[in-house]
Design a protein around this ligand. Structure first.
Ligand code: CA
Length: 228
């Protein structure tokens, strides 16, 4: 049975997560502090970790670093739970290797959709590889992206959008298709949200002309195109 492990100190939130995770057919386990959580996951080796950003004894980032450095845990998918306003720091969390994040308060449907999307991705055999498109290189093992050999810093969503496009270069995707792949289905996100993330992604890839590869197709969506 697939086990979801939550490291979270807000009791009300733990109950909410437990109820929804078990209702969705997963096994649930939990620790309310970072250190206890780190001990516990070494023994139980869960399939996915929901990690609170602000823990009473340490930070989510420290726990994330620990997991990524641990021989047997390093490929465990991690979803970071953050409060509003902490999103600015997320790029550093993503650097430490968290796979996705969700901002509190969130809807149970969104949480479950993210968990399922991430489990699906981590089961995907082609997941850990280097993708190349023109002068852009993406290492899906370390989550690093390089434009003309220089590292480009992307937020988690921008990274996922680029990964999705790089896995299918040249194809045109509608905003809805990008949304389903990156955010998961049953999540309410508007087209505008996608446009905002595309704008951020373009900005991150704007250092050299060769890396400006995201093309807007009028009334259809987006694709990768090295002749933009
Ligand atoms: Ca907390």
């Amino acid at each position: 049975m697939t086990t979801i492990f939550s490291i979270e100190d807000e009791e009300a939130l733990v109950s909410l997560i437990e109820y929804n995770v078990t209702s969705a057919g997963f096994k649930f386990a939990h620790s309310s502090t970072g250190y206890e959580g780190m001990l516990s996951i070494q023994k139980s080796k869960p399939d996915l970790i929901l990690l609170d950003w602000m823990l009473p004894d340490t930070s989510g980032i420290e726990v994330c670093k620990f997991i990524r450095a641990h021989k047997e845990l390093k490929s465990t998918p991690i979803i970071m739970l953050t409060a509003k306003g902490e999103e600015q720091d997320l790029i550093s969390g993503f650097d430490m290797g968290c796979d996705d994040y969700i901002t509190k308060p969130f809807s149970p449907a969104e949480l479950i959709a993210r968990i399922k999307a991430l489990l699906r991705r981590s089961n995907d055999k082609e997941d850990k590889m280097v993708l190349v498109y023109g002068n852009i290189k993406m290492d899906t093992g370390t989550h690093r992206v390089y434009c003309c050999d220089e590292e480009a810093k992307l937020g988690p969503r921008e990274y996922r959008i680029l990964e999705f496009l790089m896995r299918h270069p040249g194809r045109v995707y509608s905003r809805q298709q990008i949304l389903d792949s990156v955010w998961g289905t049953n999540v309410y996100v508007t087209d505008r949200t996608i446009d905002v993330h595309i704008r951020r992604l373009r900005k991150a890839l704007s250092k050299t002309e060769e890396c400006k590869v995201i093309r807007t197709i009028r009334s259809s969506g987006y694709s990768l195109d090295s002749n933009v």
